[in-house]
Design a protein. Sequence first.
Length: 278
Amino acid sequence: LQTRLQAGKGYGNTLKCFLTVYRNESVTGFFKGMSFPMATMGIISSVVFGVFSNTQRFLCQLRHGDAAVAPSLTDTTVASAVAGLVSVGVSTPVDLVKIRLQMQTQPYSKANVKLEPMAPGFSVYRGSMHCFRTILQKEGIVGIYRGTVAMLLRDVPGYCVYFIPYVMFCDWMTPEGCLSPSPFGVWLAGGVAGAISWGLCTPLDVVKSRLQADGVYLNQYKGTLDCIMQSYQNEGLKVFFRGLMINTVRGFPTSAAMFLGYELSLKAMKRDQTETNP
C-alpha cells in the first residue's frame, strides 16, 4: 500500500488503495515483491546493527580509551549515520526490485504517451530474480542502484532518528540499579523509535519510491532533484506526505520486533559465551 500511495496514480487514500488493490489483484496483490526482501532482510539487519554497534565501540575506544564505556550522544549519532550510509549499498537493489514488482501493474501516462499495464496473467517481471536480471541487463549497475541519492538522504538522517530515540527511551525505562531495560521496555523503545523514524523520513521515502518505480515502462525523472521538482509542481507539497500514516503505523511493530530480537540475541550469545568460558 505504501508504494502504491507514494508512486502510483488514482489510489486516493489508504482505504481506497486497499480496496483497489484487492479488487484488481486479489489478496496476492498485497504480497508482491515480498520474496526478495524476506530473503535478504536478515543480511541487511545484520549489517545495520553490526556496523552501528561496532562503530560505537570503535569510537568509545578512540575517544575515551575504553570500548566498554557508555557511548555519548555524539558517538551514537556518528555510528547511526555510518550504519545508514553502509546500509544503502545493500538495501538499494532490494528496494528497487520490490518496488518494480509492486508497480508493474500501474498504468503509465504522460503527455501523448499512454501505456496500460500488462494483461492479467502476464507481467513485465516474472519474479524477483527475473526482475533483478532484467534491470541489470537493460540498465547495468547504475540501474540496479537507481534512487541511491534519495536513499542516502533518507537513511543517513533516518537511522540517526532511529537509534538515538531508541537509546534515549531505553535509558529512561531502565529501572534504578539495573544495567538494561526489561524486554517490554526494549520492545516499546524500539517501536516508538521506528514510528518516529519512518514518520519523519516519509518525504524522502516518497521521492525514493517514485525514482525506483520509474522505469518499469518509461523514465520520467532525470534524478532526485528533478523528481522533487516534478512531484511538487504537479501535486503540491502534500505529495511528500503520502503514506505517512502507513509508514508510522508500520514502523512501530517492525522496529519493536527487530530491536527486541537483537537485544535478546545478544544476551543469549553473551550467556553462552560466559558458560563456555567461565
